[in-house]
Design a binder for this molecule. Structure first.
Ligand SMILES: Nc1ncnc2c1ncn2[C@@H]1O[C@H](COP(=O)(O)OP(=O)(O)O)[C@@H](O)[C@H]1O
Ligand SMILES: [Mg+2]
Length: 354
């Protein structure tokens, strides 16, 4: 017995209502013309239906973002845009992803736009937890460097404090006290660098970041590890426009890349850190003269948990997290390498990424 197939628009209506995402169709004035039940449930307020209201009440996006998105939809319709415009927004601590797609209006003059919205709060939380796990994993090697760098000044402080107890000459006492203050300040800086690094990225906001400065700070952190050995460091920092991002996330990207480079060189070689600015593109680069990456592995190294290191030395999360963080700010990361001849990781962002 053949069941009667549902005919559009019933069929479409049924499909739209059973999808696990919210769907809105808006007109050129950004007025909602259609909302599926899930959209009403998630974003509608009691007594006020979504249909007829402005979509600005649903998606908290700025005017300039809307204009950009609408432009992208037009380009996509014309076949010029490479991918459907999308993005993320947050409402009441819940994170949503949205994607826009063109819909042909009843008469071809009137262009409608569809928006599909789905929740990614849990995915985000999982990502944040992974970021935190990798931070804690790399903390092991950072801490051994930190202990070393704290130990020296602490011994200095102790020694001078002991002398002060016996010393009668007020001038000498003053000199020692000044040194003690210097040493203590250094210890405080080391500790606060580390504290900032392990802070979960969720707890800090986006600020204007200088990539050269962050590369330098990441280097300082990794350099404290005795395993840094006799690696020579070359810096080629060109002035670059600032990038809007979370500092602890960018620091983690650079700490990961520099740690990998140092591990690949095993205590000897040359580490080159560079920033460049060309047209609208900001580039940050980390190169080493280490063991390099075999061709067959080049497309695997960004996969989560992919590692060639012994257990306890590598989690295989460093590059996949770097990839996610860079992608989040609209950037790209790529690698060039030849086995035995070192590796170069290049990160690029568009200036004015927000
Ligand atoms: N600079 C580099 N030189 C050589 N190999 C590298 C370099 N950076 C990354 N790799 C390779 O990519 C793999 C994945 O790196 P990553 O995601 O940071 O994880 P992990 O460092 O924990 O192994 C490494 O195990 C290593 O094989
Ligand atoms: Mg790593």
């Amino acid at each position: 017995m053949a069941e009667k197939l549902l005919q559009p628009p019933d069929m479409i209506e049924q499909i739209l209502s059973s999808l696990p995402g919210a769907i809105l169709i808006i007109n050129q004035d950004r007025q909602v013309e259609y909302a599926n039940p899930l959209a009403e449930q998630h974003f509608g307020s009691e007594g006020a239906r979504l249909v007829g209201s402005l979509v600005d009440n649903v998606l908290p996006l700025t005017e300039s973002r809307w204009n950009l998105l609408m432009g992208e939809v037009k380009a996509f319709t014309a076949g010029a845009g490479k991918r459907q415009p999308d993005g993320e927004f947050e409402v009441q601590k819940r994170v949503y992803q949205y994607r826009l797609f063109p819909v042909n209006g009843r008469d071809s003059e009137e262009q409608q736009t569809g928006i599909v919205i789905w929740e990614i709060t849990e995915q985000k939380q999982l990502q944040d937890r992974l970021i935190q796990a990798e931070k804690l994993a790399s903390l092991g090697s950072l801490v051994s460097g930190m202990a070393h760098e704290i130990n020296n000044p602490v011994h200095g402080i102790l020694g001078m404090a002991e002398i002060i107890v016996e010393e009668k000459d007020p001038e000498r006492i003053k000199e020692y006290a000044t040194d003690i203050v210097g040493f203590a300040k250094h210890v405080a800086t080391v500790v606060s660098d580390m504290a900032l690094y392990i802070r979960p990225a969720t707890h800090d906001g986006e600020v204007e970041i200088d990539l050269g400065e962050r590369l330098g700070e990441a280097l300082k952190m990794v350099r404290r590890n005795p395993r840094f050995g006799h690696v020579e460091v070359v810096t080629e920092f060109q002035p670059v426009p600032r990038l809007r991002a979370r500092r602890t996330e960018i620091d983690q990207v650079f700490v990961n890349l520099i740690s990998n480079a140092v591990q690949a060189m095993d205590g000897k070689g040359r580490l080159t850190l560079a920033t460049r600015h060309q047209g609208n593109t900001i580039t940050a680069q980390v190169s080493d003269t280490g063991c390099g990456i075999p061709k067959a592995l080049l497309n695997k190294i960004f996969d989560p948990f992919f590692t060639t290191k012994d257990p306890g030395k590598g989690t295989g999360l460093g590059l996949s997290i770097a990839y996610n963080i860079v992608g989040k700010y609209g950037g790209t990361i790529r690698v060039e390498s030849e086995e035995g001849r070192g590796a170069t990781f290049t990160i690029q962002f568009q200036a004015g990424n927000h």
